[in-house]
Design a protein around this ligand. Sequence first.
Ligand SMILES: Nc1nc2c(c(=O)[nH]1)N[C@H]1C(S)=C(S)[C@@H](COP(=O)(O)OP(=O)(O)OC[C@H]3O[C@@H](n4cnc5c(=O)[nH]c(N)nc54)[C@H](O)[C@@H]3O)O[C@H]1N2
Ligand SMILES: Nc1nc2c(c(=O)[nH]1)N[C@H]1C(S)=C(S)[C@@H](COP(=O)(O)OP(=O)(O)OC[C@H]3O[C@@H](n4cnc5c(=O)[nH]c(N)nc54)[C@H](O)[C@@H]3O)O[C@H]1N2
Ligand code: SF4
Ligand SMILES: [Mo]
Length: 727
Amino acid sequence: MSTVYRQCTLCDSHCGIQVLVEGDEVVRISGDPDDALSRGYICPKGAALADIRSDVDRLRKPVKKVDGRFVEIGWKEALSLASRGLRRVQDEHGRNALASYFGNPRAHSSGLLAAGLLRTLIGSKNNYSSSSVDELPQYMSSLEMFGHFLILPVPDIERTDHMLLIGANPAVSHGSLMTAPGVRDRIKAIRARGGKVVVIDPRRTETAKHADEHVAVSPGGDPYLLLGMLHVIFAEDHVRLGSLANACEGLPDLHELASRWPPERAARHAGVEGERISGLARDFAAAPRAVAYGGVGVCHQQAASVTHWLINALNTVTGNMDRVGGAMFPRPPVDVVALTERLGGKPHRGRFRQRVSGLPEFADELPVAGLADEILTPGDGQVRGLLLYAGNPVLSTPNGARLEHAISELDWCVAVDMYVTESTRHAHVILPPLAQLERSELDTVFPAFSVRNHIRYSAAAVRGPIDGKTDWEILMGLATRIGRGRRGAVVNALLRAASPLLHPERVADIGLRVGPYGRRNSPLALTMKKVKSAQHGIDLGPLEPNLQNLLRTEKGRVRLAPEVMLAEAGRLDELAASRETARTDGYDLTLIGRRSLRSNNSWMHNSPRLMKGGDRCTALLHPDDAARRGLHDGQRVRLASRVGAIELPLEVSDQMRPGVVSVPHGFGHARPGVGWRLAAEHGGASVNDVTDPTILDRLTGNAAFNDVPVRIDAAAEGVSNGKGSGR
Ligand SMILES: Nc1nc2c(c(=O)[nH]1)N[C@H]1C(S)=C(S)[C@@H](COP(=O)(O)OP(=O)(O)OC[C@H]3O[C@@H](n4cnc5c(=O)[nH]c(N)nc54)[C@H](O)[C@@H]3O)O[C@H]1N2
Ligand SMILES: Nc1nc2c(c(=O)[nH]1)N[C@H]1C(S)=C(S)[C@@H](COP(=O)(O)OP(=O)(O)OC[C@H]3O[C@@H](n4cnc5c(=O)[nH]c(N)nc54)[C@H](O)[C@@H]3O)O[C@H]1N2
Ligand code: SF4
Ligand SMILES: [Mo]
């Protein structure tokens, strides 16, 4: 028996784990008590990495579709076949006819750089990712305020006296853009040291149970609530810019905007009394060190970018931006901001627009909510081929059922994924990577979002199939075959020769050497070799004020009142009015999302140890709302929007704000031909058969999953299942 130390790469926490191995079998996975950051913490999903390793439903060889069925083929044939099809789409229909969609696990795998390279070589405008159903509004806010979308503030949870959590449920999710393993204990510790924790959420969540105060805001009510708070902070003279006093611009404009939102006015749209809003503001301003942290719950709103901007603004005007115990900026060993600038130039948005929707590009990607239209609408630039990498957009994007139909109509689709999913089942070729425990990698991304500076290498714990390939190898396999015509053939050959130089460990080594702890900059002189030999990771110390080294705005100042944000904030009244009208035509409830501890978006539902226990794909509704409709706990209900309908069990609970219904995403596996059999047995319904691709954050086109008008009725007798009926 031996123990391998590495990290779990399933969620942003990236806990250090110890994998007990006998021969080539995983015996047990537990938290690594000596880990520099996670100190032994692990959640149920971490242990379930063993289930992915042993899963008989996981693809271990490439497959191609023959007469509607997948058959195994060798890697050489698979890579040639896949790339030939992709080239053909571009030869026949032009560059932009080939689209790509990269999903969430891309950020947790060393395939990321190769994926970017492949996109550059493909040269299409139709690039999509899970960012536009996730954190894009946070990127937008950082781009406008700090000059780069990856200059993202992280709450200094270890030293704060007051934490205001808005639209985040880290007790379950373990945080988004906040790498803080064992976050629940870190939240409890705030209170144990005499601090205060406040949760703003339409549902009394698992995190709210550990808070001093829970504020059941209306879905989408946050920008009003934040403006009301800012109003009080300006009106009662609590503004303190602290160390950023000479590094901010736009304070008068922000003041002017906030002055228009006295708490009594904000109250109506926030769904929270004015007095309560004033109290929240006073508490926040009075705390010695405070931090407001916004999660994905507010990204999934129509004023999402504005909300994240106001969260940053609140931190800034109370002197909590870039100071200990406030919102801070990590100093990761590989400088991701500098790296993305080197590879992609100055960050930008709006250089071009989506053909059908007219929505703007952001950092060369378009909003995935518009992808189905790009495939289904004929005309110049119509999408005819798709590269799916580590994503399951059929279950994860708004009106997934329609996107599924669109994908099934494509001329060619290649997937890099280890399962036959609701999305990849429509591919012509699937190229499966090695599973998490079978590969070695250095995580250079998440130290940039971590509550403590650190770095950790992950060694492979067990061997994969003999000829198995990593994501990097697969994507390079495609990249070295994607060039078209004579010129393309030369590029392919050059790239093949150069590919050893682009190996992720090599690139990471260079990144470390030129990074802030590299030879030139620090006595630590971090190299790949040093990082590899530190089994439990390397602690690089607490966060330190760092923003002024990072700022990329033209004048080198924090922009407190960016024009686009002010303009969008000017439309908040109109948005509130449209929300009220939208609830009057029979769709009288607002749908919001939720996550479960033993689930990971759409793809861990084939793990026996995670699927134990009752049905998690339920609709949560307040008792009054249930009673008014004559519905009872456990009953099957029909949840419908203008887009589609699903059926699922009802769970009646006063943890919900009245008027709001909560349904988790990532279920809906009972579709014909999916490869994950256990997941399919537990099917559930896909809430994204109901979500609406026209309800979006107005600045970025990010899906506003948490603002969809729906209705609930009893399900018709005899109608079974969780199948959607998307248009
Ligand atoms: N209604 C609603 N919808 C949502 C959300 C919500 O809150 N509500 N949340 C959104 C958010 S935040 C996100 S991030 C998205 C996620 O959306 P997606 O990224 O599209 O979906 P995932 O469920 O993460 O699917 C990941 C896929 O990658 C595969 N995979 C896993 N590991 C690897 C790997 O190492 N390499 C490769 N090549 N493949 C791998 C899995 O088999 C799976 O098919 O969903 C979004 N959708
Ligand atoms: N166990 C588990 N962990 C996960 C995942 C998973 O699927 N399962 N997914 C991972 C991914 S990809 C991500 S991005 C992170 C996300 O992690 P978080 O950012 O913590 O997001 P959620 O857990 O979705 O919690 C969002 C909260 O927002 C609330 N909410 C909804 N609408 C509103 C609103 O209008 N205003 C306010 N204030 N709140 C609102 C919801 O009720 C919910 O409690 O989790 C990651 N971790
Ligand atoms: S919280 Fe769970 S899923 Fe996330 S990294 Fe840690 S063990 Fe893995
Ligand atoms: Mo996400």
